[in-house]
Every structure is written in structure tokens, then in C-alpha cells.
Write a protein that binds this ligand. Structure first.
Ligand code: XIL
Length: 342
């Protein structure tokens, strides 16, 4: 079997190459998978295990085992871990839903950041300190944190994270923050943190885009504008969904609203879509390389198509093909297009 080129090696001089990881993938009893991951990636983000719902199930109970395993895995395979995520309105512990006082939310917020960032101090390379705080129009999302703590909560989260884990890089992460209105809000938010004298090292653009409609111009403007603030720019959850437009409706909004469970491409992608996926990944990586002085990491949201969250979201039971490796870890045409650019 001819050996497959390595993404992390191909882009060694340019930027880090990451993947989301879940618990099953890092099980050392499956060396075929762990070796594959270690050969392709030098950075990783826990797909779920460091989210508050999983780490912090009760007021005074923290379950660090799964996260600790990931830290060990990273150490063993030279993979830097990006903690994901300290403060997010989603995947919150159930008990938080029962809290309705400002004092208790503040206690949760402070204890959670102190304890979790403290536990992983010196172990994670970076944290997504705050995730998805913005609305599409650039205003702050009306989360439980905004409602109870007011609009300084983002700055406060970074201040606490810095105190608990002083040598860790600290990032703000969001989706669609390459879109002009949301980007403007994101820039204002970053400036606010900096003006308070609080450190923020980078901004993550998630990169859940769609084949045939990757917003290259907005992405490039965003790289330039975020970097101008003195921040590292990262693509943190990259996947390109192949829109089954003909089957499930013409646009994303419609698709989200739809209850369709039809799986249009059960076994493989039609060739034309496979090629379009490859072309879109190629254009994206050309752009990343053009700005390699600003882009520090590109992380895929999953190792292979079988891992992808898009197999179940927003439509349960559908099959998705958004990554560079197929369900057997075999490189797709997109992989070869991307590697050829390096
Ligand atoms: C997703 C995971 O991939 C799923 O397994 C989970 O059920 C829901 O969350 N933005 C983020 C990620 O920041 O944490 C989300 O991950 C995808 C969207």
C-alpha cells in the first residue's frame, strides 16, 4: 500500500493542522486509528469532552477523566490540545437551567472557569475561552451569561482564564464571524477585551461552510482585519457540507426547517460533487497559504466523513461527506488537491 502523504508535514512551515477528537478515536486499543491521527494532525480540539455539560455535571462535581485522556493522547503523539470551550450558551450542565439569580450564575461562571482552566493549566496549549457569543447582526447573543452578568462577561471570562492559566493562548471562537455584520461585532468585542487590558491571543472562525458557496472574499477580508488587531487567525471547525439542494430544498434556512430524513447519497458522492468539494477545499487552502503569516491553524471538525457531526445535524440520519478522508480513512480527491498546494 503506497503511503498517504501527511497533512501536518505538508503544511509544517505554514500552519498547524488540527482535528476534532472524540473519545473513541483516542482509544489506544485501536492503533490503526491513533497512528493515522498522529500522522495527519499536530493539533486537536475535543469535540465534546471539555464542554461544561460533560465536565461539570453538578455544582461541585467535575469529571475530568475524558479530558485528561485526551491530554495524555496529545502528549504521547505530539498533538497540541485546544481546550473547547469554557463559556458557551450551548451544551450547558442541566443544573444551570435551574439557576435564576445573578449571584448563582456569577458563581457558576467564576468557579467553572477557575476550576477547569486551573485543572488544565500547563496541559492545554490554548482555550476557546468564549464560544458563539454573537448574533448574526453583531450584537451579543441573549445568553444566560449576558442576561445575568451584563455585556462585560466576555472580558471577564478572558480575565479569569488568564489568571487561572497564565501561559495558555486565549481565543474567541464563533461561526459566520467572517460575515461583515457579525465580523464587525466580533472586532468590537475583541477591542473591548483589549481596551480593558485583558489578553486575547486569537480569533477562531469555525468554517462550517457549504460546497459551492464558500464565502472566499469575506474570509479573506476577515483574515486581514482580525490580523490587523494583532490576533492570530484560526479556522477551527472546518467542514464543507455538500448541500443536497435538489432533494432537501434550495437553501440552508429551508433545510433547517425541514423535517426531511431523506438520504440522497447513501453510498458515495456523485463524481461532480466530489470534484466540486475538491475545488472548494483547494480555493480555501490557497487563501490560507496566501495569508500564512496570519493564519496559524486549520482544524477540521472530524477526522473522516464517518465522524462528522453533519451526519446528524441539522437532519438526523442523513449521510454527509464534508471532510478530506472517507469513512475508511482513505484520502478523497480534495485531500490530494490540498496537499498538492503545499
Ligand atoms: C458539536 C459536536 O460536533 C456534536 O458532537 C455535538 O453534539 C454538538 O456540538 N460549534 C461548536 C462545536 O463550537 O462545539 C459544535 O460541536 C459544532 C458547532
Amino acid at each position: 500500500e503506497p503511503s498517504i502523504p501527511s497533512l501536518k508535514d505538508a503544511f509544517k512551515k505554514d500552519f498547524g493542522i488540527g482535528t476534532a477528537l472524540n473519545t473513541a478515536q483516542i482509544d489506544e486499543r485501536n492503533p490503526k486509528t491513533t497512528e493515522f491521527i498522529a500522522r495527519q494532525f499536530n493539533m486537536a480540539t475535543p469535540e465534546n469532552v471539555m464542554k461544561s455539560a460533560l465536565l461539570h455535571p453538578k455544582w461541585d462535581t467535575y469529571t475530568f477523566e475524558m479530558g485528561d485522556k485526551l491530554i495524555e493522547f496529545g502528549k504521547k503523539h505530539n498533538i497540541k490540545i485546544n481546550g473547547h470551550t469554557l463559556i458557551w450558551h450551548s451544551q450547558l450542565p442541566a443544573f444551570v437551567r435551574g439557576i435564576h439569580s445573578q449571584d448563582s450564575i456569577r458563581t457558576f461562571f467564576t468557579d467553572h472557569i477557575n476550576t477547569v482552566a486551573g485543572h488544565y493549566k500547563g496541559k492545554v496549549f490554548s482555550w476557546d475561552v468564549v464560544n458563539e457569543a454573537l448574533n448574526e447582526d453583531g450584537t451579543l447573543r441573549k445568553s444566560v451569561f449576558l442576561q445575568h452578568l451584563g455585556d462585560n462577561y466576555v472580558t471577564e471570562a478572558f480575565r479569569l482564564a488568564q489568571a487561572a492559566s497564565p501561559n495558555t493562548e486565549l481565543y474567541y471562537n464563533d461561526y459566520n464571524n467572517e460575515q461583515p455584520a457579525k465580523r464587525a461585532g466580533c472586532i468590537a468585542l475583541i477591542k473591548k477585551v483589549k481596551e480593558a487590558g485583558v489578553r486575547i491571543d486569537g480569533v477562531g472562525i469555525q468554517g462550517h461552510w457549504h460546497v459551492g458557496r464558500v464565502p472566499l472574499k469575506d474570509i479573506e477580508e476577515s483574515i486581514v482585519q482580525y490580523a490587523a488587531l494583532g490576533l492570530k487567525v484560526m479556522f477551527t471547525e472546518l467542514d464543507l457540507e455538500v448541500l443536497p439542494r435538489n432533494v432537501q430544498g434550495a437553501d440552508v434556512g429551508q433545510r433547517m426547517a425541514s423535517n426531511a430524513t431523506t438520504n440522497p447519497y447513501p453510498n458515495a458522492l456523485p463524481d461532480s460533487l466530489q470534484q466540486q468539494l475538491a475545488t472548494d477545499y483547494e480555493s480555501l487552502f490557497k487563501l490560507f497559504l496566501k495569508h500564512k503569516d496570519k493564519v496559524t491553524r486549520v482544524t477540521f471538525w472530524g477526522v473522516n466523513d464517518g465522524d462528522s457531526w453533519l451526519n446528524n445535524w441539522p437532519i438526523r440520519g442523513r449521510t454527509s461527506y464534508p471532510l478530506l478522508f472517507d469513512r475508511n480513512d482513505q484520502p478523497k480527491p480534495a485531500f490530494y488537491k490540498v496537499v498538492a498546494l503545499a
